[in-house]
Structures are given as C-alpha cells and as structure tokens.
Design a protein. Sequence first.
Length: 580
Amino acid sequence: MDNNNDATIALLEKHFDIVFAAPNGIKKLRELILSLAMQGKLVPQNSSEPPASELLKEIDAEKERLIKEGKIKQSKPLPKIKPDEVLYDLPKSWEWVRFETISSYIQRGKSPKYVDKSEFPVIAQKCIQWHGLELEKAKFICPESVKTYSEERFLNTGDLLWNSTGLGTLGRVGIYIHEENTYQKVVADSHVTVIRPIFIESKLLYFWIASSFVQKDIEAKSSGSTKQIELATSTVKSHIFPLPPLPEQRRIVAKIDELMAQCDELEKLRSDRDRKQITVHTAALNRLLIVKHQSDFNTVWQFITQHFRELYSVKENVTELRKAILQLAVMGKLVPQDPSDQPASELLKEIDAEKERLIKEGKIKQSKPLPKIKPDEVPYDLPKSWEWVRFETISSYIQRGKSPKYVDKSEFPVIAQKCIQWHGLELEKAKFICPESVKTYSEERFLNTGDLLWNSTGLGTLGRVGIYIHEENTYQKVVADSHVTVIRPIFIESKLLYFWIASSFVQKDIEAKSSGSTKQIELATSTVKSHIFPLPPLAEQQRIVAQIDQLMALCDNLEKQIDNANSKQTNLLNAVMTKI
C-alpha cells in the first residue's frame, strides 16, 4: 500500500479553511481532486490487485464474445499511443488506453422524427448538465420511428452521454441510469456521443471527461465554426484514458464522491454566509432609505460602520452601497439641510434671470413653455428647501450632437458613445471632424466645462453619462455626435446632475421612456428636456457632491481591500496546491 497518497489527502483536508476563504477556491479544489485522482495520487495502490493489463485482457475477451454473438461489430485496429500523447507518468499497475479499447459502443445519436409525447424520450444537449441528466427537458420520438433503431442505440445503465457540438455545450457529460426513469427505451440525438464502457466504473470515466485534462483538450480537438464546433466520433474513440485496476477504480470513485460531498458542504456554508451578509446589508440600506428623522438615520449608519468588516467582504454589497449613496443623496438624506441656505425656489429665480440675459445676448433661444410637473411624475417627497424641476428649466442648452464628416486626424475630436464610460470620458477613442466642417457648427455646439454628455441610443450604451472638462484635454474645440445628448446646466453642480442620471431612479426609468427596436432604442431630446430633477439649494448641492465623493472614495478603498484579501487568499491557496 502507498502511504504517500494518504499524506496527500491529509494535507488536502488540513487546508480546507484556506480553500474556503479563497475566491474560486472550492472550484480549484474540485479540479485538484480530479487531477490527483487521475494521476493515481488520491488513493493508495494495492500490489496484491491484478494490474490494469489483466483487466484489458478481460475487456478484450468480453468484446470477442459480443462480436461472436453479433451484438457489436469488429472495430478497426487502433494506433498505438505515442509518447507525445501521454500527459504524465502513471502508477505501475495502470495503463494508458484509448476510449475505443475499453468500450463496446461509441457513436453519435441520430436525428429523430419528433412527436409531442410518447414513451420514448430523446436526450439532447440541454438534457445533459454538470449536475446530472434533466430528462424532463427531453423531446419525444415517434413510436413508429423506434422500429428503425438498432438495439445498440437504446441507452443502457452506465452509458456516458457526451455533448459533442456547440459553443457553451461542448464537453458536458452525464451518466445514464435506466432505473432512475419510468421510460422503456431512451435514445440520444445527433449532438450527443454515447460511450458504453466495459468493466469500467462509468463514474471514473465521467470524472476523467470532467477533469481539466480533457476539458482543456477537447476544444483544441474540435472542429467547425465558432458557434458550430463539434467533437468528431473518431476523436472520441481515439481519446486516451488512464486505466487503473478495477478495485482501485472503485476506491477512487468512492474517495472522489466523499471529497466532492465535502466541497458541496463548503459551497453551501460559503453561500449561506454570503447570503446572510447580503440580506443584513440590504435590510440596513432599506432602512436608511425610509428613515424620516436624522437621529434614525444616524443609528442605522452607525450599525453599518460598526460592521464594515463583515458587510463589505463581498463586492456585491459595495455595489449596492454605491447605489444607496446616490439614492440617499438625491432624496436629501445624505447631508443635513441648513435653514440658512438660500432655498431652491430662489435659485430658480437666478437661473431664470441668467437665461433671460443669454436670450437677450442672442446666445440661446427662447424655449417653449414647459408643462407643470404632475403629482404622478414625482417619485418621492423632497425636503422643504428643494424643488422638483425639469431638465430644460435648469439648462441653457439641451441638444443631440450631429453626424460629422470624419477625417483620420485633426484638432477637433468628436465624442461618441464609446467615449462615454461610467469611470469617465475616454477621449482617446474619439474620431475627428473635418476642419472645414467645423465652420458649419454654431458656437453652442462646442462643449464647455461642466456639460453633461448622455448616451441616448443603443442597447447596452443608452444611459451612460459623463462630464466634459475642457481643461483636461489639449484640443481647442470638441463636439458630440448624434448619439449623444449635451446638457448644459445653469448654476447647478454638474456632478450632482451626473449623480442623479447615474442613480437607479433615472437608470430604471430611461428604458421605459426610450423608443425604437430592441437594438436601436433611443432617448428623444424632448424626453431629456422634460425629465425631472430634485433641485437642492446651491450650498447644499456642494455639500452633497463633497459627501458623495468622500463616500465613493470609501467604496473604492473597500473594493481594493476585497481585491487585496482575495489576492492574498489566492496566493496562499496556490502555495498549498504546489505542496500537494
């Protein structure tokens, strides 16, 4: 008996806590278990057992019997396994073999004639999942067609079903157990390869196919276009397998089952822990959003700060915290109101006066009267010093850019959707406008510091917003293209308007207010102009922006801490893995 394998398992079990803490640790542990198993390092070898070479003789004898009885056909001679095909050295009692050597049948299913319901289900790719076969997803074969099937095509207990076509499905494998269903006869369709082993533990062959040795190899050996890749039957037949003696096969399967059950428990514990963290955090944030008094707000916020270490060990909670910060900010709950601040109603008068001045100077046009904001448009009540307003009320300019005539390079970049990302503007992605075309642009179309740039078309890009800061680039004049709406606020902190557009209140609303086909949805300029905004006093705007910046920096640090902790745990896990 080999004591080295016992030491390997002891070391593995000793470090389960490290595995538990590391991101993807349990996944890596599963991979390691299969890797050790298939190298003969998971259970000890027993020198008293007949070696795999003797098992191969029994398999050959069984195949000869089946050929004589006409149950299987004589297969063509297989090429010897070359040294460059061998992945690693095996224990003395093991043998490298090809799949066809140890199987009585390897064949794709065939395309059947389907009916709504019958007694004869057809296993397709969707039925074969890593957690097992889902026979309830099967379609059914026409009873008359069943008569055309040879006996070997009907599945037997222990048959391996290997998905052999399609990106995302190729490689998944399952074991068919006839006793687990009530159907008389079951077949596979043409996208599934059936492997029927002889004197082999089907579960061991399953674990081999599921291991990284095979899963990394099959795409390299598959053929066809990206979406239609497939694993040829000839490739499956010639695939190699590390064959242990039969008693050792059973010990390996039992040990893998035992260790995988422990992995299942670890995953459940980790999932329960993460779910509890998320539930507690969500409850705390929900309380923050509904509190009406500052003292209640302070109590809940104190609870969150006292439990930062536990609550913010998962990035999902940091993401939710960012959303909550923005929600609290635009509801007037992030910073206290100061009764000495000039109210928003007075700020609106100053904005109106500024717009009148710009109209008189011919810099902007008189806008049409806006409809009053109706009660059903208002999502929540505001502090007394705030006002609900429409975007056009607080802006001197709201307009889509226009489609320019592009050149390879000039001094006049055009900001397109791809330039506007949540982390900021990426001006290096901009194309350039023809210098002659610049002369046709009115002055208002050239971007000013503080302009909001709002992506207004396209699924996946609609809704992203950025702030243009002219001093951050070296270009003289910059414009937007026709997929971007420019919003130029007056006496408003641009960052606060950015945070409002970025909040869930607006992001959830814009797709409902957009129009067009699925891929070509767009937000009309008239919709942007009439969009509402919770306007605080100017002094409070500045306090809110400062507080958001501070809290978002805290979120950045929390995410860095999580990344650092994960990196540390991953390095620790890798160090342990190298010892095994």
